[in-house]
Design a protein around this ligand. Sequence first.
Ligand code: FE2
Length: 363
Amino acid sequence: MAEDFLPIKGYDHIEFYVGNAKQAAHFYEKAFGFRPLAKAGLETGCRDRAMYVMEQGNIRFVFTSAYSPDHEITRHCALHGDGVKAIGLAVPDVEQAIRETKSRGATVLQKATSVTDDNGTFVTGTIKYAGDTVFRFVDRKNYRGAFSPGCVPIQAHGSLGVGLAAVDHVVTNVYLGEMTYWAEWFERVMGFTNLLSFTDKDISTEYSALMSKVMENGSGKCKFPINEPAEGKKKSQIDEFLDYYYGPGVQHVAMNTGNIYETVEALRRRDIDFLRVPDTYYEYMHKRVGDVDENWEELKKLGILLDKDDDGYLLQIFTAPMQDRPTLFFEVIERHGSRGFGIGNFKALFVSIEREQALRGNL
Ligand code: FE2
């Protein structure tokens, strides 16, 4: 097998551009159990933006907003609403990551840049991805600071996590006809392979359909499904996202937990809303998957979904959109061998999504 020209160690962070980073950080702390780790802003000498770095398990979220109306971040928020700007990938050598991806056709937005402070040297470089979303390569092996130069640590509030452990996958929605382009882009530019493909035959309801390709890096640590809408009777959930995000972007971030019952219970206590499937789903699914050693009553009570394939099974649940616009949402997932994405649940889920879409007058 050819050597991996882009060895990725894992997800480093996900940066969200938001209208009010202070309030977003508070929400993700109180509602999602993220612990404040570091911040930057006027009080730390950062003159153009406020940045809050939050962590839970191996997941790092960064919430950023700008202080002025003509700032790139402010314009991004005006256009897209709150959403994911950058997917940070940990690499051993940013210079090499930029060089290799550029030679294969990546659009470089920021070449490898080293910043040194008292805590060491922090290196980043950025390439363009779909829409206004970017991939940011990060090398922090020689950096001991809280997150990045310019950030100061936040005294922990003693916030309690909900058991979220790692980013499992990050899903992007693109326009009709663009999915294959981006799948090939991942292969050519990033050296990824196509793990799975779903057509509208697999994923359709009476009203809408979508197609999806899942791209995976060499080590299997990073997975990026790409969705595009397919022709349906009415507007698909992907079309709704594209209409409200005003372009392609990150639809959902899936996070692993070791105990989905506890995680979902904790999130429900904190008033996180999840998509609900009809109770009949559980009778149908119990019959379909047979003997899986899970508490079906609890699954039903909490609204957790289950899917099974040849490798094993998975448990998953999806939140409602996280902001006013029906755009970004989250998935909580617990894997038991399965490397899939819950295709067996898509249909039940879409009916549920479409019910909510209809309530918004967008179906
Ligand atoms: Fe997912």
